[in-house]
Design a protein around this ligand. Structure first.
Ligand SMILES: N[C@@H](CCC(=O)N[C@@H](CS)C(=O)NCC(=O)O)C(=O)O
Length: 447
């Protein structure tokens, strides 16, 4: 059997020998390109395209691919029953799963250095390809996709994904401290797969403050993407500058008042359909928040917020004293909150982002609340504790119902007859450091 003679030849010339068992090479007219079904810019498709650059096999992206349409046609589903991309059409049939496709393209060239040259090298290449898929890519996806709205966002699961990713990147970093490539002394399929997965992570979510813990991984990624065969496919890109914010969930549909009224008044003749829909579309008066129906309070929340914001010096004497002068224990209540899962706060910026997200979600009660949230400690795991002032004597029900973070905290009403608790309120309003004997990593205010 001879090697492919020119870029683009993928015809059968004989049997491949020991490396891949007795697999025969596929038949294809000389010069004919294999068709890769995918949109451009798909990191899974990049694997085959980069392998093709190394082997000289001709692979072309299908024309006019439309995600969600082209990959859901009956013809496409015959090639991949999941309707996922990429899919490679070969003269012998279709192949799905991007690693399998990249292997196929690499193996089209006899003795391709991408595939290794000894049994142990083949095993190590497979080892790193599997590691890349299951320990790196899967954890990036578990972190990123819920944030983009592809699946439920569960803070505890995010923490777990990040911890697992750090563990994997730590192991990869150690390996790369003394190896330029994952296996042997040149680029293999393992590097192609790992680089495509890391590239996507760096592009979307792995910001510099996260990756700087893994300097050999950083060096590896930037070296690999600048290899000409990678660069031709991936092009230039910049590392993400922020972790994507969690997409707001769509509000669950609520039963309309109109429907309730109809249920309670069965005797009334049903209205014609057109009228009912007009009725639903008519603007309804906004229901009053129950907190607006409370007896008026002498404490004007905005005045307190202004005093807090404008006090730059002598905070104790001016702001804290002013707070207690204004405070109306009948119209408002104070609450301590304590995060229940502090053990999971192992990554500083993730912990800070988590608190930031909580404050964003509290936006719905800005008229009725003031809060301080402290991230405590100089080494992980960080503690998250807070102080909240709410209108009324209870934590407002609409906040408990609508802000899921609320149940991640233990809530304790401040006992104003206890001087120690009052002093703790002061310390939290003031961001006093050390707080309960520890440094503050961050202090955020909700006002
Ligand atoms: N393990 C697969 C993953 C393929 C995959 O998830 N493809 C996504 C785009 S990157 C897709 O086609 N999704 C469409 C769908 O889920 O219907 C591979 O490596 O090829």
């Amino acid at each position: 059997m001879r090697d492919l003679e020119r870029r683009g030849e993928v015809r059968v010339e004989g049997r491949e020998g020991a490396r891949f068992g007795s697999a025969a090479r596929p038949a294809a007219p000389v010069g004919m390109a294999l068709v890769l079904h995918s949109g451009s810019g798909n990191k899974n498709a990049f694997k085959a395209l980069i392998a093709a650059e190394y082997t000289g096999v001709k692979v072309e992206l299908t024309k006019n691919f439309e995600m969600g349409i082209s990959n859901k046609t009956p013809e496409f589903l015959k090639m991949n029953p999941l309707g996922k991309i990429p899919v490679l059409e070969t003269p012998e049939g279709a192949v799905f799963e991007s690693n399998a496709i990249a292997r196929y393209v690499a193996r089209l060239k006899e003795n391709s250095s991408l595939c290794g040259s000894s049994l142990i090298e083949y095993a190590h290449i497979e080892q790193w390809m599997d590691f890349s898929a299951t320990e790196v890519d899967a954890n990036i996806a578990r972190w990123l996709y819920p944030r983009l709205g592809f699946g439920p966002y569960v803070p505890a699961l995010e923490e777990f994904a990040i911890t697992s990713l750090k563990r994997s990147l730590g192991a990869l970093n150690t390996h790369l401290a003394s190896n330029t490539y994952l296996v042997g002394h040149s680029v293999t399929l393992a590097d192609i797969v790992m680089t495509c997965n890391l590239y996507y992570g760096f592009l979307r979510i792995l910001i510099k403050s996260f990756t700087s813990e893994f300097p050999h991984v950083e060096r590896y990624l930037w070296t690999m993407v600048n290899q000409p065969n990678f660069k031709k496919v991936i092009g230039d890109f910049k590392q993400a500058e922020s972790v994507p914010p969690v997409q707001k969930k769509a509000a669950p549909p609520k039963e309309s008042k109109a429907k309730e009224v109809k249920k309670e008044a069965p005797k009334e003749a049903p209205k014609p359909k057109v009228e009912a829909s007009e009725e639903e579309e008519a603007p309804k008066p906004k229901p009053k928040n129950p907190l607006d129906l409370l007896p008026p309070s002498k404490m004007i929340l905005d005045e307190w917020k202004r005093l807090y914001s404008n006090t730059k010096t002598n905070f104790r004497e001016i702001a804290i004293k002013g707070f207690w002068d204004m405070y109306d224990p009948e119209g408002y209540s104070l609450w301590f909150c304590d995060y229940k899962y502090n053990d999971e706060n192992t990554v500083s910026f993730v912990t800070m982002n988590k608190v930031g997200g909580f404050l964003q979600r509290m936006d719905l009660c800005r008229k009725y609340a003031f809060g301080k949230m402290l991230v405590i400690g100089s080494t992980p795991p960080f503690k998250v504790k807070g102080l909240w002032l709410f209108r009324g004597q209870d934590i407002p029900k609409f906040v408990m119902d609508e802000v899921y973070d609320m149940e991640l905290y233990e809530w304790t009403k401040v006992d104003l007859s206890d001087e120690a608790q009052k002093e703790r309120v002061n310390a939290m309003i003031e961001d006093q450091e050390p707080f309960e004997g520890e440094d503050l990593l961050d202090a955020k205010c909700f006002k």
